[in-house]
Design a protein around this ligand. Structure first.
Ligand SMILES: Cc1cc2nc3c(=O)[nH]c(=O)nc-3n(C[C@H](O)[C@H](O)[C@H](O)COP(=O)(O)O)c2cc1C
Length: 170
């Protein structure tokens, strides 16, 4: 798919059919995450693929926002392998994981796979439910699957501020 069309086509899907996600498509999505840039090329991300009924039930225990998706990715990062920027006030963990996650959602759209970025959960409870090691922090969950019949973008999908409100030439 052409890049601009991929960006236009992506939306947050909030109702999935029970159509399974093909392995090749999941692999292509994960590969796009692998190629994401990270600060100092640290690649501190760790992505968990959740597709068993037992683990999906655990996701349902920490968020109401799976919406029936057959696959959920949890994007985490290694807190002990981040780059601390000069000044010491910020480090790369959250933003590197967010770049990886952005690659994943755009790659999903490119594959014709619907998705939704989730942050409506307690990260500590999610880490416990998924048995993440102590050194990892979870950034986001990503629903993946195919929209149920009749599902589509919410009305706010088309509501974006004009560039005049968000861009300044200085
Ligand atoms: C950082 C982030 C967190 C989000 N968390 C949730 C969430 O927990 N649950 C949910 O249903 N949607 C969530 N969304 C989806 C947004 O509600 C949605 O992206 C936004 O309303 C714009 O809609 P669109 O993606 O269809 O353009 C999240 C999106 C982003 C970018």
């Amino acid at each position: 798919m052409e890049f601009k069309e991929t960006i236009r086509k992506r939306y947050s899907c909030k109702k999935y059919s029970d159509r399974p996600l093909e392995k090749e498509k999941l692999d292509a999505i994960l590969e796009a995450g692998r190629l994401a840039p990270t600060a100092k090329n640290l690649q501190e991300q760790h992505i968990y693929v959740i597709e068993s009924p037992e683990m999906l039930a655990k996701i349902d225990g920490v968020t109401p926002c799976r919406y029936g998706a057959p696959v959920v990715l949890a994007v985490a990062f290694d807190k002990n392998n981040v780059f601390t920027y000069p000044g010491g006030k910020r480090d790369s963990g959250v933003e590197d994981a967010a770049i990886v996650a952005t690659h994943l959602i755009l790659a999903a759209a490119d594959e014709g796979v619907d998705s939704c970025w989730l942050n409506f959960f307690d990260p500590d409870k999610a880490a416990e439910a998924l048995h993440l090691p102590e050194n990892e922090e979870i950034l986001m969950l990503l629903d993946l699957g195919y929209a149920a019949q009749g599902a589509g973008p919410l009305p706010n999908h088309g509501s974006r501020k004009p560039l005049t409100e968000t861009v300044s030439y200085i």
